[in-house]
Design a protein around this ligand. Structure first.
Ligand SMILES: C[S@@+](CC[C@H](N)C(=O)[O-])C[C@H]1O[C@@H](n2cnc3c(N)ncnc32)[C@H](O)[C@@H]1O
Length: 227
C-alpha cells in the first residue's frame, strides 16, 4: 500500500549561529548545559534577547514546532501501521530523515538534547548502523525529486483555496504533502516552484502539527487503518 509522505519545510531548526554565540544569555545557557554555545539548538524561549540582533529572527529559533509535529506524526496509527514517511527540511537546506520506528520523544528537553547530538554527529545514535535520525545537506527540490521521486508537492498554504482534509489526503496518494515549519512569513521559492496543488484546509490559521495530523487522520480513513 502507498505510504503518506509529509515534509515539514523551511523549519525554524538550527544550532546557535556564531554571531550571537558570545551573547551573555547564550553563554549562560551553554554553561548550564555544559556545551559550547554553537552546539546548542537555537530557541527563542531561551535566546530571546540574543536573537534581537539576528537577521530574519521572526522565522528562526522555533524547534518546538518540529517537536510537536514529530510527536503527533510518530504516534499516529498510520505510522504504527508503517504507512507514513516524515521528513524535516530546514531553512538552511538540511533534511532530517526520520526512521518510522523511532519512539516519539515526549520531553522537550530530551528532544533538544537529541537534536544537538544530530547536528553534531549527523546521526542519532552517532555510531548506529540503523539510526533513528540522520541529517544531510539537501534542498527541498532534491528531496522531493531525487529522494522521494515525486514530480511535485501539495503545499499547505493559508493563502490558497479551501479544500477538505479528505480531498487533500486523496491527492496525497500521488504527491507528498508539505507543511510549513516556520512561525512567520512564507515558504522559500522552491516550495512554490514545486507545488502542483496549494490548499488551505480550514478558514483560519491552525497549528502546524494539527494540519499534519488532520491529513494523517484522513489518510488513515482512506486506507482503512480502522477497518
Ligand atoms: C501556523 S502557519 C504559520 C505561518 C504563517 N504564514 C504566518 O505567517 O502566520 C504554519 C503552517 O501551518 C500550515 N497551516 C496553518 N493553518 C492552515 C490551514 N488552515 N490550512 C492548511 N495549512 C495550514 C501551513 O502549512 C503553514 O505554513
Amino acid at each position: 500500500m502507498r505510504k503518506l509522505k509529509i515534509i515539514m519545510a523551511y523549519s525554524a531548526l538550527e544550532t546557535v549561529p556564531r554571531e550571537i554565540a558570545g551573547h551573555p544569555e547564550v553563554r549562560r545557557h551553554a554553561e548550564r548545559r555544559g556545551k559550547p554555545p554553537t552546539k546548542l539548538i537555537l530557541d527563542k524561549s531561551y535566546h530571546y534577547h540574543a536573537m534581537s540582533k539576528l537577521k530574519e529572527k521572526e522565522s528562526r529559533g522555533r524547534p518546538d514546532i518540529v517537536f510537536m509535529f514529530l510527536a503527533a506524526a510518530l504516534s499516529s496509527p498510520l505510522n504504527i501501521r508503517g504507512l507514513l514517511e516524515v521528513y524535516i527540511h530546514t531553512r538552511q537546506d538540511l533534511v532530517i530523515f526520520v526512521n518510522p520506528k523511532m519512539k516519539p520523544i515526549r520531553s522537550y528537553e530530551r528532544f533538544l538534547g537529541i537534536m544537538e547530538q544530530l547536528f553534531e554527529y549527523g546521526r542519532v545514535p552517532p555510531d548506529s548502523e540503523e539510526p533513528f535520525m540522520e541529517v544531510r545537506n539537501m534542498t527541498l527540490k532534491h528531496l522531493v525529486r531525487k529522494i522521494i521521486g515525486a514530480k511535485g508537492i501539495i503545499l499547505m498554504d493559508p493563502k490558497a483555496p479551501l479544500k477538505k482534509p479528505r480531498e487533500v489526503a486523496q491527492l496525497a496518494f500521488e504527491h507528498p504533502v508539505v507543511v510549513g515549519g516556520f512561525p512567520r512569513g512564507d515558504y522559500g521559492l522552491e516550495a512554490y516552484e514545486l507545488s502542483l496543488h496549494r490548499y488551505y484546509i480550514f478558514p483560519a490559521v491552525l497549528d502546524y502539527w494539527l494540519v499534519a495530523d488532520r491529513i494523517i487522520a484522513s489518510y488513515e480513513e482512506l486506507v482503512g487503518v480502522y477497518e
